[in-house]
Design a protein around this ligand. Structure first.
Ligand code: CTP
Length: 397
């Protein structure tokens, strides 16, 4: 995302200013050209020398001193593709929200049409001060991407919201946001299910399967990168993904209820979960004890089919996509499921392969779309497969 981009890192006077050094290093490592500007207060916390060495460029600290150009703020403003204000104090937030340009940093920012990202970091009472809240809202309305301050140990010696998130998180969130800016799924709500369901036998035991949820998470990430609002209904806790709201469920019935509810206002539904077809007919209230006769017979009953219910009786304008885990005659079984579940796309996973599928980081799939020839995506990382699938999804509209 930042490769070959001109990135301006503007540092203001917060104790978190030291983290701007890491941000500069990470940006350089990802292939960006980086320049740094500092307010007078920032230079009380970290030296311009440090940031000059790390960025490989002179640091902008003054409009009138140390430049050959008469209009240094215009030159820098034009040069920048992306501007970060990290960390951002209440003071600089106020100035940028109100249009005050009274130093090298604010003047340059105001003269630039680059993408702008700001990461507030301050005392928790300052952060909730009505003026600061108002100014942050103004910046959002003006098109700034505001990185939410993290909850954690503040310089004041207690834990609260106000901490500058780690530079790696700032970059990850920014990359998603910048990619999504021109994304083809902006304004679309996508529901994705992920993971194997848990069908309780008693308070401590359940039936499940080998699904890791990785493919569902990869799809959620790929959809968020394209600008979608994603709801991930999942049995498995994996990484947080910016732009993705997780709803945790256990059983197929819980996944069914959450999916039906979310689907009503959705544009796209992707059923990537390995939903258990069966559940124990009864859930014991207490832990089942060893049996006197040495064995235990379980009676199972069928779970609702989420994809089929949605495809057959809930679908209006929405696009509905399913997966098929197959071990033999994969095309025939896939075609059969596409029709039976009234899906707009069906993605076949050959789960008999040991190098792809379930807990692997890679996958290889065949995509079926009614009226089109099957398309096979050969082995690649799950995120690359997910991006390729989402590219196909866009063509369905
Ligand atoms: N699915 C679902 N609800 C179920 C079972 C499956 O929503 N109770 C969805 C899966 O998320 C997947 C698709 O249906 O998108 C196909 O799942 P799969 O396990 O391959 O097929 P089944 O329908 O369960 O059929 P079978 O196990 O007989 O092959």
């Amino acid at each position: 995302m930042f490769k070959e981009k001109n990135v301006l890192v503007m540092v203001s006077g917060s104790v978190a200013a030291y983290k701007s050094a890491t941000l500069v290093r990470l940006l350089i490592k990802s292939g960006a050209q980086v320049r740094v500007g500092m307010t007078t207060a920032a230079q009380e916390f970290i030296t311009s020398k440090t940031l000059s060495i790390l960025s490989g460029n002179d640091v902008l600290t003054d409009l009138f001193v140390g430049h050959t150009s008469d209009v240094v703020h215009i030159d820098w403003a034009k040069w920048a593709d992306i501007i970060f204000v990290v960390p951002a104090t209440a003071n600089i937030i106020g100035k940028l929200a109100q249009g005050i340009a009274d130093d090298a940093v604010t003047t340059t920012i105001m003269a630039s049409i680059a993408d702008k990202i700001i990461a507030p970091a301050m005392n928790d009472n300052m952060l909730t001060n009505p003026a600061v809240v108002r100014n942050i809202e103004t910046l959002k309305k003006d098109g700034w991407f505001v990185i939410e301050p993290a909850v954690g140990f503040l310089a004041e010696g207690y834990s609260a919201q106000g901490r500058l998130p780690e530079p790696v998180d700032i970059l990850q969130q920014s990359a998603v946001r910048l990619r999504a800016k021109n994304g083809l799924l902006i304004g679309k709500k996508i529901i994705i299910t992920a993971g194997g369901t848990h069908e309780a036998l008693d308070p401590v035991r359940y039936l499940t399967n080998r699904s890791s949820g990785k493919m569902g998470y990869a799809l959620a990430r790929a959809a968020a990168e394209m600008g979608a609002d994603v709801i991930l209904i999942t049995t498995i806790a994996r990484e947080d993904i910016f732009g993705v709201k997780k709803i945790f469920v256990n059983s197929a019935q819980e996944m069914f209820d959450a999916s039906i509810q979310a689907f009503a206002t959705a544009d796209i539904f992707i059923s990537a979960a390995a939903v258990s077809d069966f559940k124990p007919a009864e859930k014991a209230i207490h832990k089942i004890k060893k049996q006197a006769n040495g064995g235990l017979t379980l009676r199972l009953v069928q779970n609702p089919d989420i994809l089929r219910t949605i495809g057959q009786s809930k679908k209006n304008h929405q696009i509905v996509i399913g997966f098929a885990a197959e071990t033999q005659e994969i095309l025939a079984h896939g075609q059969d499921k596409l029709i039976k579940k009234n899906a707009d796309m069906l993605i076949i996973n050959d789960v008999s392969r040991s190098d792809t599928g379930f807990s692997s980081d890679d996958n290889a799939v065949t995509i079926l779309i009614p009226g089109r020839l099957p398309e096979t995506l050969s082995k690649a990382s799950k995120i690359d497969i997910a991006r390729a699938i989402m590219t196909q999804v866009i063509t369905l509209k």
